[in-house]
Design a protein around this ligand. Structure first.
Ligand SMILES: [Zn+2]
Length: 152
């Protein structure tokens, strides 16, 4: 069995307006355990735990409240030592602060919040997941994160 990882809130606490797990119409099925951090555009996005950057998309610049924007989300993924991955979505255009295969520590700034992809209001979409295959859009299961290390 995997050891359980502990994650910190992936934005600065003073920027956090609210945590929203269920308002998004996208948080169903495989995404049921995703967490939205409501915060203004430009808020720094922080690594939620130590790991290695495995994917970076930051070339998109469109988004809005329409599912047709689904694949236009800028995102970063990080692999953690227990086999879990974390994913950060709706990042701002070309705001990545990290490179592929870079090691990051919990709290390191990796990007900025934007409005790319399918999104109604400025927020960071965050999910912890494991792969069940090779396709990042279909072959995964999210893991429920009940509490964050810095919110007890
Ligand atoms: Zn979300």
């Amino acid at each position: 069995m995997m050891t359980k990882n502990k994650y910190v809130v992936p934005i600065p606490m003073e920027m956090l307006q609210r945590i929203d797990r269920s308002s998004s119409p996208a948080h169903i099925g495989k995404l049921r355990n995703a967490v939205d951090f409501v915060t203004p555009i430009g808020t720094p996005v922080l690594a939620a735990a130590e790991g290695i950057v495995t994917q970076i998309n930051d070339d998109f610049y469109v988004g809005g409240p329409d599912a047709s924007y689904w694949f236009f989300t800028n995102f970063i993924t990080i692999r953690h030592s227990n086999g879990e991955f974390s994913r950060y979505d709706h990042l701002d255009y070309q705001s990545s602060k990290v490179k592929l295969n870079q090691k990051v520590l919990a709290g390191d700034e990796i990007s900025k919040v934007g409005m790319t992809g399918y999104t109604y209001i400025p927020h960071l979409h965050f999910q912890v997941y494991v792969y069940t295959g090779y396709n990042i859009w279909t072959d995964f299961e999210t893991i429920e994160i009940k509490d964050f290390k810095n919110i007890l």
